[in-house]
Design a protein around this ligand. Structure first.
Ligand code: FDA
Length: 303
């Protein structure tokens, strides 16, 4: 109920306008590295200094006009150039709808291709985040198309809550496509997605097994210590090298765990979001944990 209500608010523009009036003071700065590239790069330097790699997300999604998509494409090109200049240990994540997928899939592919081409120039990697289910097939097909064109430094995300995911993972593994596995952050119907946490967790482990057994590089993106411990012992039992996978977590969540895994020698990547359109991302983080709402209410009360 709480999750469903919050996820409904994530796409509400009136609620977004209201939230932006409060600005980062609402508590978003706990989860978002800043509104500018400079602020994000400062956060990245600190993480890289602790041995943690990053993936940078210039926030933006659900755009209304294609000129917004052009603006975001320009922002990603500048971001990749800055990462190269600053020798950042990291890659980038973007949302396909931010590049126009919902408005014009053909030009969205062109924009994403331009970003992937720039990334390849600097030996960097581009991850297409997975959004809600109307875009699952289209997102996977964008990545497959780019691989067919010879671009290999691009991958996507598979959500364990979707019934279809094992089939997708198997096919993308045969094609040796780099994947991030997650539980899934959107509101989906029980006709296409597991509703119970236990079912999502079992499917998550099933997907992790398929990937670790295959040796195709995989990001396991979760803060769930049970899943992390299970992955570590599965990999150990099967003698799967640490170079075949990495753990990924979000900026501001379970920071001590990120640091301790990095100290133990695991590759850890922190997802660092920044930009003006922080609201939908922030609300999805609130939806994941009821305790976060109390944190926001406390911040609203502050002067
Ligand atoms: P779970 O929700 O069970 O949380 C485990 C524990 O982690 C909690 O008990 C709590 O302690 C802590 N925790 C989790 N979320 C928290 C929060 N918001 N605030 C504070 N503590 C929290 N989803 C998607 O649909 N498409 C995508 O592309 C991505 N990309 C992505 C990248 C990365 C790097 C991560 C880590 C996650 C995503 N996600 C995502 C989000 C993912 O689907 C999922 O919603 C969250 O990771 C929360 O689920 P957990 O796996 O952490 O487990």
């Amino acid at each position: 109920m709480y999750r469903s209500l919050l996820l409904g608010l994530a796409g509400n523009s009136a609620a977004e306008a209201l939230a932006l009036r409060y600005g980062m003071r609402l508590g978003a700065s706990r989860f978002v590295a800043g509104t500018t590239l400079g602020e994000a790069l400062a956060a990245v330097k600190a993480l890289n200094g602790k041995g943690i790699a990053v993936t940078l997300d210039h926030l933006g999604e659900g755009i209304r006009h294609l000129d917004e998509a052009d603006g975001y494409m320009g922002a990603y090109l500048s971001l990749l150039q800055a990462m190269n200049r600053e020798a950042v240990n990291g890659n980038v994540s973007l949302k396909p709808t931010q590049m126009g997928l919902a408005l014009d899939p053909v030009s969205a592919l062109d924009r994403i291709r331009a970003i992937v081409r720039e990334a390849e120039l600097h030996s960097l990697f581009v991850r297409l985040d997975m959004e809600n289910s109307p875009y699952t097939t289209a997102t996977i097909e964008l990545v497959r198309q780019l691989h067919r064109e010879g671009f290999s430094r691009v991958g996507t995300v598979i959500q364990a809550y979707l019934y279809r995911s094992a089939v997708d993972v198997k096919r993308l593994t045969v094609e040796r496509i780099n994947l991030r596995l997650v539980k899934g952050a959107y509101k989906e119907s029980s006709s296409i997605a597991f509703a119970k946490r236990d079912d999502v967790d079992s499917n998550f482990k099933r997907l992790i097994k398929i990937r670790l057994d295959s040796g195709v590089y995989t990001g396991i993106a979760t803060h769930d210590e049970t899943i992390i411990d299970w992955t570590r012992s599965y990999a150990h039992r099967r003698s799967i090298p640490r170079s075949a996978y990495e753990f990924q977590m979000l900026y501001g969540i379970r920071t001590p765990l990120q640091e301790s895994l990095a100290r133990e020698g695991y590759t850890v990547r922190c997802y660092v979001p920044y930009g003006e359109r922080w609201y939908p991302y922030f609300v999805r983080r609130l939806a994941e944990r009821p305790a976060n709402a109390a944190f926001v209410l406390r911040n609203m009360g502050r002067r």
